[in-house]
Design a protein around this ligand. Structure first.
Ligand code: FAD
Ligand code: 2HG
Ligand code: ZN
Length: 492
């Protein structure tokens, strides 16, 4: 069983009452499914417990009410009322966030987007997808396939995360290297401000230079400025063919060499490049059913995905093009790698990707995990990992993996099991101020892609200049003067 860290804060928001609940029942379509409540706090609603608990099982909020609107108009009415009553609100997508941003810290109302799950359509002329925010990413992948397109973003949580959550966190993932960020690919957005104002920017024009691009304020704002309800997203073509290779290497200099060679030689055909170290590989073996075809004796592993975009080729020609690319790459790195394997079919492709993507699951099963998500100069990755390992000693198993092509390393360190909360907290006290200031010394970022949430909020200001924080707080003050949106997330 997982221990849940109960987070309780004293704040000056109004206390939810029966009149509030009745009001929401009156304004929402299908109140029997749109309003989930346990005002008395009897714990009778197990459904509500899911809305209160984060993916990592580290946080357990105390919300008595989850609302599930079905339209932008309903979101507007909810927020308008909450704003006037000074009731705090946590927007929630698929609740897969890893930084304690998507659940209440106290008794905030959860505003879930999970009923706003309609795909609006796809414009093939301009390859723009229009969708409601609560659509699960995997559903968008499946929908776009019929047109030969795909979302520009993909990540391990694709089966649960919402596109709205992806936008609210500006999620990165495995495709960012090739297809760029959601900031770059979002053409239109509808967001609802805390006072109920609907900012509808869904005209979805590729070019529109009329004033400030307000949509960017909501992308990556982690639910602190308003609720994203719809989006229009530029989507790339599914490549005509693709394949994946796994390489094993004995030191980090060689990892860098393979990165450079892959970028140089494969150029636009390189669609993903990821790495993981031996401890991450061992964790995968110890806690999941996934097995590394290159074994467990190497120090580093890299996953390289190559795609071909030439639609005029036949399937055989496509396979040959990809093969040639890999053989060319092999020639360049044959003296650098210790071992390598190319997938022979789609199930082997999946198996190779699982070696990288299921590491998260492995650490989760090992025990309570310190999870860091840094951007760092690449030459600092190994020294940084070593320093964290030294600091934690035998108390934790520490691994490094991630999106090496983007300069983004995930450091996971798990203590055994979920029972020793005292040890976790002691280590955390030692580790965090030190580790976050080290990132600052290296001129990196304390969040490459997961966001700040509540876990990193105490350190956010360390990593940004005072002037930048001050402007951000001013923006927050203008859009959310009563501070009802996702309190204590982002800003401590
Ligand atoms: P939630 O977890 O529900 O919410 C995340 C934040 O966004 C919260 O602050 C919430 O308040 C806010 N929010 C959600 N929806 C809205 C909305 N409609 N309007 C306003 N605010 C909103 N992240 C990466 O960047 N890259 C990865 O490679 C990656 N891989 C992952 C793999 C696994 C197995 C898991 C569990 C997580 C991974 N994540 C990754 C983290 C997470 O999946 C992403 O941050 C994802 O974008 C969150 O989407 P969600 O719908 O689950 O949002
Ligand atoms: C990934 O890239 C995700 O697998 C999760 O961003 C990383 O859990 C983590 O630390
Ligand atoms: Zn990641």
């Amino acid at each position: 069983p997982q221990i849940i860290l109960v987070h309780s804060q004293n704040r000056s928001y109004s206390k939810l009452n029966q009149d509030d609940v009745n009001h929401f029942k009156g304004i929402l379509n299908k109140p029997e499914v749109a309003v989930i409540e346990d005002l008395e706090g009897t714990g009778s609603s197990s459904e509500l417990s899911g809305y209160n608990t984060d993916w990592l099982n580290k946080l357990k909020g105390n919300s008595k009410l989850a609302l599930r609107p079905s339209s932008t108009e309903e979101v507007s009415q909810i927020l308008k009322y909450c704003n006037s009553r000074q009731l705090a609100v946590v927007p929630q997508g698929g609740n897969t966030g890893l930084v304690g941003g998507s659940v209440p810290l106290d008794d905030e109302i959860v505003l879930s987007l999970n009923r706003m799950n309609n795909i609006i359509g796809f414009d093939k002329n301009y390859s723009i997808l229009k969708t409601q925010a609560g659509v699960v990413l995997e559903k968008l992948i499946e929908y776009l396939e019929q047109f030969g397109y795909m979302p520009p973003v993909d990540l391990g949580a694709r089966g649960s995360c919402h596109i709205g959550g992806n936008l609210a966190t500006n999620a990165g993932g495995i495709k960012l290297l090739k297809y760029n960020s959601l900031h770059a690919n979002t053409i239109g957005l509808t967001a609802v401000l805390p006072d109920g104002t609907i900012l509808d920017n869904m005209r979805a024009l590729r070019k529109d230079n009329t004033g400030y691009h307000l949509k960017h304020l909501f992308i990556g704002s982690e639910g602190t400025l308003g609720v994203i309800t719809e989006a229009a997203i530029l989507c790339p073509k599914i490549p005509a063919a693709h394949n994946v290779a796994l390489f094993a290497l004995d030191n980090f200099d060689k990892v860098e060499e393979v990165l450079r060679a892959s970028k140089d030689y494969l150029s636009e055909n390189l669609t993903a490049i990821e790495f993981f170290d031996s401890e991450s590989n061992n964790i995968l073996k110890d806690h999941t059913k996934h097995r590394n075809p290159l074994g467990y004796s190497h120090n580093y592993y890299m996953v390289v995905e190559v795609s071909n975009f030439d639609n005029t080729s036949t399937a055989e020609e496509n396979t040959k093009i990809i093969e040639d690319k890999f053989f060319g790459l092999f020639e360049k790195i044959s003296t650098v790698i210790e071992d390598g394997v190319i997938a022979q079919d789609s199930s082997q492709r999946e198996a190779i990707w699982n070696c990288r993507e299921r590491i998260v699951e492995g650490f989760f099963k090992e025990g309570m995990t310190f999870k860091y998500d840094f951007s760092l100069p690449i030459d600092k990755f190994p020294v940084f990992l070593d320093k964290i390992r030294d600091k934690l000693g035998d108390h934790a198993r520490t691994g490094g993996y991630g999106h090496i092509g983007d300069g983004n390393i995930h450091v996971n360190a798990s203590i055994k099991g979920y029972d020793n909360l005292k040890l976790f907290k002691e280590l955390q006290k030692e580790l965090e101020p030190w580790v976050f200031s080290l990132v600052e010394d290296y001129e990196g970022s304390i969040s490459a892609e997961h966001g700040i949430g509540s876990f990193k909020a105490p350190y956010f200001e360390l990593n940004k200049s005072n002037k930048m924080v001050s402007v951000m707080k001013q923006i927050k003050g203008v859009l959310d003067p009563n501070g009802i949106m996702n309190p204590h997330k982002l800003f401590d």
